[in-house]
Design a protein around this ligand. Structure first.
Ligand SMILES: [Zn+2]
Length: 283
């Protein structure tokens, strides 16, 4: 038997190359992984909502990004399921730095309805909900900006904005909080009164609901408390998000407040205080 002398320098060079390549691949896959921020995240067979769901991914599962197209990620999970997920329903671990004060925060404010969608009507049928949701959100924006908050409005005039575009704005901007403003309406006039704080995702949004709702006790309208609400703008939202119903527009005593600038300012002050308390609690 004849053994060729081993090519030690060659073997060592090959090993070093393998190690470096492996290390690069490892760090690449680590930097390109995301976690699902919603339970039962749809894994689809193409980059869009029209593609078929092939698998449901559990919340907080780690996914490796293989590609990207139109705000969708081509991913693989730890059990080798391949498919596409919406980028706004996953988080990059590096982006998870939480705001601990108003001045560090990005807040998306969503004045309900707008444009061709007037929302609910006042008793005399002359006043649209969309007018007051905008006035209130603008008041909150003004007070937040004065405290150094980065404010993004889903609309700042009387225009139509789709329901899907509203939470998408919070998701793509990794907003620290999202608040949608509305006014309630009961089946018959003067049937109900008061304010309600709605959340959808308990894990991401309940603490925010508590901190905001804690501030609503001394408003002239009854605080009806915190409730679960299945509204698209908070359901399709991966960020801490609420929908506030700040009175019944078709109840005489509530409308008296809803259309007053004083009440709008009172609500705004309390929303800002609640947000401030919430961000402080994140430190
Ligand atoms: Zn509404």
């Amino acid at each position: 038997m004849h053994f060729k002398p081993r090519n030690w320098p060659g073997i060592i060079t090959a090993l070093v190359i393998l190690l470096v390549a492996g290390g690069l691949l490892f760090s690449f896959t680590r930097n390109n992984s995301v976690t699902a921020t919603v339970s039962n995240l749809n894994l689809r067979n193409g980059p869009g909502l029209t593609y078929k769901t092939t698998y449901k991914i559990k919340r907080n599962s780690r996914l490796t990004i293989l590609g990207e197209k139109n705000n969708w990620y081509h991913v693989r999970d730890s059990q080798n399921h391949f498919g596409w997920v919406a980028s706004w329903l996953v988080d990059h671990p590096g982006n998870l730095k939480k705001a601990t004060s108003l001045s560090e925060a990005t807040v998306v404010l969503d004045p309900g309805h707008g444009g061709s969608d007037s929302g609910a009507l006042s008793i005399d049928q002359k006043h649209d909900e969309k007018t007051y949701t905008l006035a209130m959100a603008k008041q909150v924006a003004k007070q937040l900006r004065a405290r150094g908050t980065h404010v993004i409005m889903t609309r700042d005039n009387d225009k139509s904005v789709s329901l899907a575009d509203r939470p998408a704005l919070a998701n793509t901007n990794q907003a620290s909080a999202f608040i949608s403003f509305h006014f309630d309406s009961s089946p018959t006039n003067n049937l109900a009164s008061g304010t309600t704080t709605y959340y959808y995702h308990r894990d991401t949004s309940y603490k925010l609901a508590e901190d905001i709702n804690d501030q609503m006790g001394d408003l002239p309208l009854t605080n009806r408390g915190i409730k679960y609400g299945d509204f698209e703008v908070i359901r399709d939202n991966s960020r801490p998000s609420l929908l506030l119903e700040m009175g019944y527009i078709n109840t005489k005593q509530d409308f008296k407040y809803i259309h007053s600038a004083t009440y709008q300012k009172q609500v705004a002050t309390r929303v800002v205080k609640g947000l401030s308390a919430y961000f402080s609690s994140q430190s």
